[in-house]
Design a protein around this ligand. Structure first.
Ligand SMILES: Cc1cc2nc3c(=O)[nH]c(=O)nc-3n(C[C@H](O)[C@H](O)[C@H](O)COP(=O)(O)OP(=O)(O)OC[C@H]3O[C@@H](n4cnc5c(N)ncnc54)[C@H](O)[C@@H]3O)c2cc1C
Length: 418
């Protein structure tokens, strides 16, 4: 049986970064990456619509505020921060562009260039790789790990599990890592789909697929607390998507009693609200419409609303609130006006489910209380480390999830090589 100093299970961003960092820290180590696919980084290639939104320029102190596990992630994110990550790739010949909301992409606009850079480094550092190698069981015996795969059995002094989450299973990350971890005395928190589209059962909305609302506020109420996100929303054939919705889905799912691992997948219907005019309060909007009524009295409401709503959405909007679209402004009753104002600020829709297939990340993972946040070593099983999406965290859309995968991969690789 071949023996290694470090075996890394899973060749995504976290696993590749862990391998590179371990060898850069101590190049005498015998390190191997075991990946079940025929190549590394299948999910990485899909990121950012194939362009790879690798990180975000938002300062780490602010990024941490997005996470429930901020104390757990603090050390990793400060040790390899967003600037360090960009420098890491710049030193290897890549250049980057910053786009809206601080999203950072390689100038090649190809995720492939990120993957190729990582693969080249793995090659140059003489890191052993084993593709098409499916890890089926890990046993912890007498200070060594016995790693069973479809091809061979190997042993390793230390292991880093970087098998990712459970969403987009066709990329290889299908949740198997959770069972490998359970076998090594770890508990797994509820596993939920994150960054998903929201399903809305409304036949008329379906016909509006493709419409985008820019910079609106979406919200829902949790008990008395209003949780809201401001960004773009896209209408899809089965509901809503776009960055505001994806980020809202994380907040909604965090509150649901839902677990993919135990098939507890009953979604509790949730009402969400859309504010199309977030720059004006309801009172300011009311005053503006009263003022406009004297100037635009003969204008039909469907034409007047073009100032506030995307054209193709107006008829649907007026139908939903039962106001005739051909009424002129001066013919609107007080009740009509109130309904219009109320719904421009708080248009209600009911989310009947989430679109699991669209989920970009997994919420939940290895219980972070069981892992040392400074080293990412298991507190229950020494010499076992975790990095990347298998951990319990869920970042918003915008490059944050890859940043955590690389930062935690960096820390796990560095700690395991010491
Ligand atoms: C469509 C899509 C777009 C995304 N876009 C972005 C984006 O633009 N920016 C961003 O920050 N994040 C994005 N994400 C999220 C990001 O891709 C993940 O958070 C990130 O890939 C996680 O990295 P990882 O290394 O932890 O896991 P993964 O990338 O999932 O890699 C895990 C690897 O482990 C392997 N593996 C699993 N089980 C075994 C086993 N038993 N034996 C051997 N190998 C195994 C898998 O085959 C896989 O290669 C996107 C996700 C999706 C699905």
């Amino acid at each position: 049986m071949k023996n290694y100093d470090i075996a890394i299970i899973g060749g995504g961003p976290a696993g590749m970064m862990a391998a590179i960092t371990s060898m850069q820290t101590k190049n005498s180590l015998k390190t191997i990456i075991l990946e079940k696919n025929d190549d590394f980084g299948k999910k990485l290639l899909l990121t950012g619509g194939g362009r790879c939104n690798i990180t975000n320029s938002t300062p780490i102190s602010n990024q941490l505020e997005y996470y429930n596990e901020k104390n757990f992630l603090k050390h990793s994110l400060y040790s390899l921060n967003n600037e360090d990550l960009i420098c890491f790739f710049k030193d290897n010949g890549l250049k980057f562009n910053e786009e809206e909301s601080g999203r950072i992409f390689p100038t090649t606009n190809k995720a492939e260039s990120i993957l190729n850079t990582l693969k080249q480094m793995i090659h140059d550092l003489n890191i052993e790789t084993s593709l098409n190698t499916h890890v089926t069981k890990i046993e912890n015996q007498e200070n060594n790990f016995i790693i069973k795969t479809n091809k061979k059995t190997i042993t390793a002094n230390k292991i880093i599990i970087t098998t990712g989450g459970i969403t987009y299973p066709q990329t290889g990350s299908n949740g198997e890592g959770y069972y490998l971890a359970k076998n090594l005395q770890h508990t797994i928190t509820q596993i939920k789909p994150g960054l998903t589209s929201l399903i809305i059962e409304n036949k008329s909305l379906k016909n509006l697929a493709g419409i985008t609302f820019q910079d609106i506020v979406v919200s829902f109420k949790n008990k008395k607390k209003k949780i809201q996100i401001r960004d773009d929303v896209l209408i899809k054939h089965n509901g809503l998507s776009g960055p505001a919705i994806l980020n809202l889905s994380n907040k909604i799912m965090q509150l649901q009693d839902y677990d993919l691992l135990t098939n507890k997948t009953q979604f509790q219907e949730t009402n969400i609200s859309l504010d199309f005019i977030p720059n004006l309060s309801q009172e300011e909007l009311n005053n503006k419409i009263i003022k406009d009524s004297s100037v635009y009295g003969t204008t039909m409401i469907k034409n007047y609303l073009k100032y506030y709503l995307v054209n193709n959405f107006i008829t649907f909007f007026l139908n939903e609130i039962n106001v005739s679209s051909t009424k002129t402004i001066s013919n609107l009753t007080k009740k009509d006006k109130n309904k219009i104002i109320q719904n421009l600020k708080q248009f209600q829709l009911t989310v009947s489910n989430i679109d699991v297939k669209s989920a970009k990340i997994t919420i939940g993972g290895i219980n972070s209380n069981e892992i040392n946040s400074k080293t990412l070593e298991s507190k229950t099983t020494p010499k076992l480390y975790f990095a990347g999406e298998i951990l319990e965290y869920a970042g918003p859309t915008g490059g944050y999830n890859l940043q955590v995968a690389f930062s935690t991969g960096y820390i796990a690789g560095k700690s395991a090589s010491n």
